[in-house]
Design a protein around this ligand. Structure first.
Ligand SMILES: NC(=O)c1ccc[n+]([C@@H]2O[C@H](COP(=O)([O-])OP(=O)(O)OC[C@H]3O[C@@H](n4cnc5c(N)ncnc54)[C@H](OP(=O)(O)O)[C@@H]3O)[C@@H](O)[C@H]2O)c1
Length: 251
């Protein structure tokens, strides 16, 4: 993908990794549009980055996503980069009674159905561009699950699988598909993420991720150094040891 002069839509662009990517693409000379549920948060980011645009969107709502797709195509007909970044993570106790089915449903709705619906709504627009890219944000936990957040890990593993199929089905189009696989990063995703010294600093993560695409614009996966042990655990025969390390003392 080219790194400038694109029209880039980032879901969940009002905070954390989405905001970091939005600002990085903005600085490189792209038209950036950020979407999310909290308009006030989106407005703060837009105010700090004049010219950045915002759209309020709840990716959990199928009708809203369809409507969004139609309006977006009229307002931003040049869309050529979609970053499916919005996501949630909740801790679950699978032994709880009654079982917390609401959390399971919410997690799959936002992390899996959400990006699938947004992609479906915008794909007709993306594939008619001379060159376009879909970046799906999964997680190192798609490859080695952290048992405290089981539905989160399962939703990201499913998103990894969907991304492989999407790339294969789009192989004869002008749309490339990239998977961005973050490690543990300091954001507001979970209650302890933001100030946990074991998590990667957000700006370091965004810088390294952007550098990977800048160095190899044809890459299919963006895996920063700190995530390689998770992403390649199965391939390097270290899955069991990594699973144990990750889940030591966890639920
Ligand atoms: N931080 C990590 O350690 C880590 C590791 C691996 C992967 N990731 C992935 O990175 C992505 C970004 O997460 P983050 O860490 O940056 O956390 P974050 O700051 O909480 O960002 C999540 C964003 O998603 C948006 N969002 C959530 N539900 C939404 C919905 N229904 N509709 C539209 N937007 C929605 C939120 O905005 P609103 O609340 O305003 O809607 C928020 O801006 C997620 O997919 C996450 O799974 C994070």
């Amino acid at each position: 993908m080219n790194m400038s002069e694109n029209t880039v839509l980032i879901t969940g662009g009002g905070s954390g990794i989405g905001r970091g990517l939005a600002e990085a693409f903005y600085r490189l000379g792209n038209q950036v549009i950020i979407a999310g549920r909290r308009q006030v948060v989106l407005d703060q980011v837009a105010a700090a980055n004049p010219g950045m645009r915002t759209i309020q969107l709840d990716i959990d709502n199928p009708d809203a996503v369809k409507e969004f797709g139609k309006k977006f195509a009229v307002e931003f007909p040049g869309l050529n980069v979609l970053i499916n970044n919005a996501g949630i993570q909740r801790v679950e106790n699978l032994l709880a009674q009654p079982p917390d089915l609401e959390t399971i449903q919410a997690t799959f709705t936002t992390n899996l159905l959400g990006p699938i619906r947004v992609t479906a709504a915008l794909l007709p627009l993306l594939i008619r561009q001379e060159q376009s890219t879909i970046i799906n944000v999964t997680s190192g936990l798609a490859f080695v699950p952290g048992s405290a957040v089981p539905s989160y890990c399962a939703s990201k593993a499913a998103m990894h699988s969907y991304t492989l199929s999407l790339r294969q089905q789009l192989r004869n189009t002008t749309t490339a598909v990239i998977e961005l696989i973050p490690p543990y990063v300091q954001t507001d995703l979970g209650p302890s993420h933001g100030n946990d010294p074991r998590a990667m600093k957000l700006s370091d993560f965004v810088d390294e991720a952007m550098m990977i695409i800048l160095k190899d614009p044809t890459t299919t996966e963006i895996v920063v150094e700190r995530c390689r042990h998770l992403r390649f655990a199965a391939e390097t025969g270290t899955f069991d040891a990594t699973f144990k390390w990750l889940n030591n003392g966890m639920a």
